[in-house]
Design a protein around this ligand. Structure first.
Ligand code: ARG
Length: 579
């Protein structure tokens, strides 16, 4: 149960009883300041405007009808007609004790579970994964986890780019290496180097370029030799990506790969269907879709090519086939695309064409969740010192190394293997959190020192907050996992902490609905801060604390640690017992 939802229900009923039309909302919000109570209902003003009556009098009428017995201690009308709600501490203590945070059966989405297809990561296999793929991979994963937590059926689709003209060049290069007796794994040991090599070859050697072009055609027409070479290449590239996912603690496996080539056999069908429906038409020997719904300000329709003049299909054609599959076969209610903001027009065109062609009925929600670019400290897109693209694999190694140095500089009593394990969680967590905690639509600056700091809104700070709570239980000789005690509130800091704990579900709802993981990051950070304030004012293990009070506080510690760890888990970040 969400407190806000409960208040909403009660207020809506009261407003109805007070003769206010149904479509007037109570407009509930957390109060900004303690002197305005815990929550505020601000809907009386708008309703009074509608009914042309005095807002304070209307608020008074709502209060006469309102039943918040046992939920609120005090209700007051303030200013022009705000209703301030002061929640009852016993009610709050009971809510949090009932452990509603993690009570799946209370989750609203259980009642209306959806099938949600999440298209994320989706790197091109011609090259090694680089930092440009990081954002889609981790943001998409955090949202997928949040949706799953809510009880939705999540279908991850890794729309890997394993098809297209580049592969002619790559397999021609591979063929040459193999003919010289080299093993495919060895030749492809560094995909980036391999790509550069074959590109150089292609640019400088006309014979090679001819072979490469011929191989594109052969590959597309199903030539066995070219296919086998291509398979070898894809196999190595996919293995590399799966290893990155494992290191990143991202929930993508081989089962989620649904690459572009999987739609090859359907592309002609899609085209024929678009032509039959009169949606695709001839234009300069190509087949194109004119989209009036995306016309520019002069009324010229937006143009999307679905077949090139030579007969080749395009990125857009594949996306339309994928859309049909996701709606028709996977029965998606929502399809989420985590793709760079620079592909916004492409997504708009695909969505508009899919609606037009009936591949996605209006009941299916199509959502492009774009994100900005990762920048270096110089304010330009993040590059290596020599200006090359930063390989994701190298970045992750560096993160773990830096975390290890940091831990060694702080700590002495951890064993070597403990330090290694913690460094991995801290380093990877830091990279992920630094990205996830920024509003995804903005560009952000990649900064090692900031992300690895133990202070501020960082992964290490939150991981450390978690270990500190766990150490309280160790000190007390208690097992945190099996500990349980009734909660009673005596101090304001306890109430504030409980209010924060109780917001968890609402926050996850928001992440799942809007696809912005930074909302969850901010929440976990605020929770950790509320905990720190509580811990400073409310001694837990100090001598002379009454037993029941101590147990209640320990219970709050436990719930906080569980919520921090659950929140981080939804972000794909691991915690540890000590650091
Ligand atoms: N492979 C593409 C790229 O690296 C991203 C694919 C995203 N998904 C999609 N359905 N278009 O730019």
């Amino acid at each position: 149960m969400r407190i806000k939802e409960l208040l909403n229900q009660r207020f809506s009923a009261a407003m109805q009883a007070a003769g206010i039309p149904d479509d007037c909302s109570p407009i509930l919000a957390l109060s900004g300041k303690p002197q305005f109570g815990d929550y505020q209902a601000n809907g009386a003003m708008a309703a009074a405007k509608r009914l042309k009556t005095n807002p304070r009098e209307l608020a008074e009428k709502i209060l006469q009808q309102l039943d918040l017995d046992g939920i609120a201690d005090k209700l007051e009308i303030a200013g022009p007609g705000f209703i301030n709600i002061y929640l009852n501490v016993t009610f709050l203590a009971n809510c949090v004790s009932a452990d509603m945070l993690r009570n799946e059966s209370e989750s609203i989405s259980k009642a209306r579970p959806q099938t949600v297809v999440v298209d994320y990561s989706s790197p091109n296999l011609a090259k090694e994964m680089h930092v440009g793929h990081l954002r889609s991979t981790i943001i998409g994963d955090a949202v997928a986890r949040s949706l799953e937590h809510q009880g939705h059926k999540v279908i991850r689709q890794n729309h890997m780019g394993d098809w297209g003209t580049q592969f002619g060049m790559l397999i021609a290069e591979l063929e040459q290496h193999l003919s010289e007796g080299e093993q495919a794994e060895l030749a492809l040991n560094d995909l980036e180097v391999f790509y550069q090599q074959s590109k150089k070859h292609f640019d400088e050697d006309p014979d090679f370029a001819d072979t490469a072009r011929a191989y594109v055609v052969k590959l597309q027409s199903g030539d066995a030799h070219c296919r086998a070479l291509w398979q070898k290449f894809i196999h190595v590239s996919v293995a590399h990506n799966l290893e990155i996912y494992r290191q990143l603690n991202v929930g993508l496996s081989a089962d989620h790969i649904m690459p572009e080539s999987a739609y090859n056999d359907d592309l002609q069908n899609v085209l024929d269907d678009l032509v039959t429906q009169g949606i695709a038409t001839d234009s300069e020997n190509a087949k194109v879709v004119f989209l009036d719904e995306l016309a520019d300000k002069n009324g010229n329709p937006s143009v999307m090519i679905v077949q090139k003049s030579g007969g080749g299909f395009l990125y857009a054609t594949t996306d339309l086939a994928a859309m049909r599959h996701r709606v028709g076969q996977l029965h998606a209610d929502r399809i989420l695309y985590f793709i760079d903001a620079r592909q916004a027009l492409h997504m708009k065109q695909v969505f508009a064409a899919a609606r037009k062609a009936g591949y996605a009925p209006d009941s299916v929600s199509l959502e492009h969740h774009p994100f900005g670019t990762m920048m270096g400290k110089d304010g330009k897109p993040f590059k290596t010192r020599s200006g090359g693209t930063v390989k994701l694999a190298d970045l992750l190694v560096e993160a773990v190394e830096r975390a290890e140095q940091l831990l060694r500089s702080k700590n002495t009593d951890l064993s070597d293997s403990e330090i290694k394990d913690i460094a991995r969680k801290v380093g990877i967590g830091a990279i992920k959190y630094a990205d996830l905690s920024k509003t995804r639509t903005n560009d952000y600056i990649f900064d090692w020192d900031a992300m690895l700091s133990f202070e501020g809104n960082t992964a290490p700070y939150l991981q450390y907050a978690y270990t500190r709570i766990r150490s309280i239980f160790r000190k007390a000789g208690l097992d945190a996992d099996s500990f349980s005690a009734p909660i009673s509130i005596t101090e304001i800091q306890e109430k504030t902490l409980i209010m924060k704990l109780l917001q968890f579900d609402e926050i996850v709802d928001q992440v799942a609905a809007e696809g912005y993981p930074h909302i969850l990051c901010n929440y976990v950070y605020e929770l950790a801060s509320a905990y720190m304030t509580f811990y400073e004012h409310c001694p837990v293990l100090k001598e002379g604390i009454e037993d029941a009070v101590q147990k209640s506080r320990l219970q709050l510690c436990k719930l906080t640690s569980e919520t921090i760890s659950k929140g981080l888990d939804l972000l794909g970040i691991e915690v540890m017992e000590r650091m």
